[in-house]
Design a protein around this ligand. Sequence first.
Ligand code: C6P
Length: 407
Amino acid sequence: MNDLGNVRADFPILERKINGKRLAFLDSAASSQKPVQVLDAMDRVYRTRYANVHRGAYTLSQEATDDYEAARRKVTRFINADDDEIIFTRSTTSALNMVAYSLGLNGLGEGDRILTTVMEHHANIVPWQMVARYTGAEVIYADIDSGHRVATEAVTEMIDERVKIVSISGMSNVLGSMPAISEIAAAAHAAGAVMIVDAAQLVPHAPVDVKALGADFLAFSSHKMLGPTGVGVLWGRRDRLEEMEPIEGGGEMISDVTLDGSTWAPVPHKFEAGTPPFVEAIGLGAAVDYLSELGMDRVFAHDRELTAYALDRLGEIPDLYVQGPADVHNRGGAVSFSMPDIHAHDLATILDQEGVQVRAGHHCAKPLMRRLDVPATARASFYIYSVREDVDALIDAIHVARKIFGV
Ligand code: C6P
């Protein structure tokens, strides 16, 4: 039981023991656990309503199509989007690649700039570098400040007429930092640039209203927000999607095909070539129902409460350095930390012996690791089922590691 009620009872995996110890799952930033409501929604499709979508005039296909399109409407409402603005992709990564290639190959050239930050996940760096290589455009990076935040001015002062695209994470998966996206979006638009948000960590953990955010595109993954793997979302402002070219061609994305050429289906379908991950999207719909019932304000407050508790308790440990804002203001619940005498991988291995599951490594943010001058960090991250007992288990396990390493 925690301040969100008895949610833990909905997650069968939390009953597991790890190495004979109580499971303290502290890696939800990598991927969240799944409630029975999501598992049941997908099981129901496979057992009773399964056929390919958008293809058959027969009952089963229509039922699966209805469920798939209902999931799209749920996601639309969840982020306050308008109709036909939700594209189901494979993941945040594929959503960012789609928008990068489409905008890049149909508009960027020599002298143009793509502005991002040093704290980004590789998914918001590598596609831009690839597009830059193809087009002759340049990728430039805003820095973090001494408090490990991206100050609005650090980004806006780099925006000039050469910057055509601004693409920034709404919540860092390493630092937890949350840039002021709406202010940055306003500055990007004033300069005529397109604003893209990597919302892989933001949408699962904070209320998101795309109209208030003011961006043009937003990318996120189902598997980090109680849903299954294999499906993600690209939200795009309707007018942007209308003018954007698809980068994948194939079945279902066309209006007509002749031997001389093809025309596209209306949005969002022109971006969904081939059989989509529709059972997974239906699972995501169930996840969105679950989160909506809890209320994203409460989800965010719960994360914040636990983050504050974790920051407090980690502060008790001598020689432990938290990478990321030290206070919970404008900060998400990914808490990375370093210890000078214990490598992050060794630490994670010892924590595992104690049942504590944390990620260690570069977290797919190698430029940030270089900027922080660390080879790797350990990272604890929370979600709706996390409780103070998990944080206490983490602290106790760190003390075990310190004893083993004699520090
Ligand atoms: N971060 C983590 O442990 P995919 O893998 O496509 O679902 O999400 C990519 C991604 C993009 N942006 C951010 C900010 C992310 O955190 C992630 C995924 C995981 O931090 C796996 S590397």
